[in-house]
Ligand binder design. Structure first.
Ligand code: PLP
Length: 391
């Protein structure tokens, strides 16, 4: 009876729902709904391509939905950042001519062989043993090896450097060793996700330029990673100041490398919104039909995005009050952090519409306690507020 519908086009049929509120009023039922606006995805892709001073690629893990990958591929995406043989197979199937950047710096030997068989163009490394593994498996002349740097910089929603990346001295040694294999040498970094501070990119680019200068090598490319912010707070994310900082950072290099970025969140998050239904209200507590084991799994680590209340009877919204939001499972951890301000009239049957749901929602949902199924609907627009234009 309840099924997932993916409608991979954005044509708004007259009389057909054109936004999430209309769709929910007509079709809303028992399941949460992921609203997908392909026009918003294309607009954001254009904004990156017009503003970023280099090649724009896409980090598949942010949203591996086939409609997303196919759309970006159809728009000429030159390369995808992949982290596993399954992601490699997905991109090869949907976008056979795009290049593969295998930028998960820890790979088993079997994973390296799968990457070689698929013709991976670029490999990131942050450790000598991992580099020797690549060399032993035959990665060398003809491939690009990108040394991943880590610095203690702040500004992101959480720190990617705690897991991956080589500190500057090791990065320098890795660059020399990578050059000795005959590979094209590049550098890469990831400032941390949802990073709104252009200074993080500047700091990384300066450090990369210093390291490269010490080696005397010529860097083929500099991949400034992902980390670009989405409009989680309901505003328009400030991408252009970051693009400008990256363009300025290039002047630090004696021989400027080609630039690449590999956004995940910044490219896809704002193309989707997630509607979750209120199953019950008890005072200032709301019990929802999805939570941290499902589509809202990122909330405990980076907070709750802007939430709008959608009522089916157009009730006046009234003054906002703080609410505690619980997910549907019988597990007391299934609760969103802090309190969320919503109109005091919120009631059973209403919907909460979460912004920036296009990243780290598809692909990270579990079926814990029997929850985790959702509907997906294509809409012609996500928002009515003028402060949030497409893209
Ligand atoms: C996850 C990831 C990205 C994308 O990060 P966002 O914060 O979503 O932009 C880019 N590059 C690598 C290597 C990643 O692991």
């Amino acid at each position: 009876m309840l099924q997932t519908t993916v409608v991979p086009d954005t044509t708004v049929v007259p009389g057909h729902a054109d936004g999430p509120e209309d769709w929910l009023a007509r079709h809303g039922g028992e399941l949460p709904v992921l609203f997908f606006c392909l026009a918003a995805l294309s607009a954001r892709h254009d904004r990156f391509r017009r503003g970023f001073p280099g090649a724009v690629t896409y980090a598949v893990k942010a949203n591996p939905d086939e409609a997303v990958i196919a759309r970006l591929g159809a728009e000429g995406m030159p390369a995808f950042d992949v982290a596993s043989p399954a992601e490699i197979a997905l991109v090869r199937r949907l976008c056979p001519s795009a290049a593969l950047h295998y930028h998960n710096p820890v790979r088993s030997r079997g994973e390296i062989r799968a990457g070689l068989a698929a013709g991976v163009a670029s490999w990131s490394v942050d450790d000598s043993r991992e580099l020797e593994k690549l060399v032993a498996e035959g990665v060398g002349p003809g491939a690009e090896i990108a040394v991943r740097l880590k610095l203690p910089v702040a500004g992101a929603a959480y720190d990617f450097g705690s897991k991956f990346g080589a500190p500057p001295e090791l990065a320098e040694a890795l660059l020399r060793r990578a050059a000795a294999t005959g590979a094209r040498v590049s550098m890469t970094f990831h400032v941390g996700t949802q990073c709104a501070d252009p200074a993080a990119w500047t700091a990384y680019m300066e450090a990369c330029a210093d390291i490269v200068r010490r080696t005397g090598l010529r860097l083929a490319r500099l991949n400034v990673g992902g980390g670009f912010p989405s409009g989680r707070d309901g505003g328009d994310p400030a991408l252009e100041p970051i693009f400008a900082a990256v363009a300025r950072g290039l002047s630090r290099f004696e021989r400027p490398p080609e630039l690449v970025c590999e956004p995940g969140r910044g490219l896809v998050a704002d193309a989707m919104a997630y509607a979750v239904r209120v199953k019950a209200r008890r005072g200032a507590a709301l019990y929802l039909n999805d939570g941290i084991y499902g589509g809202l799994s990122e909330c405990p680590s980076i907070g709750v995005p802007r939430v709008d209340l959608v009522t089916d009877d157009g009730r006046a919204t009234g003054p906002a009050q703080p609410f505690t939001l619980f997910g549907p499972t019988c597990d007391s951890l299934d609760r969103l952090p802090g309190e969320t301000r919503l109109a005091g009239c919120v009631a059973e049957g209403d919907w909460l519409l979460f912004r920036s749901a296009g990243a780290y929602l598809n692909g990270v949902t579990t079926m814990f306690n029997g929850y985790g199924t959702r509907e997906q609907a294509s809409v012609g627009r996500l928002w009515t507020d003028p402060c949030h234009p497409l893209g």
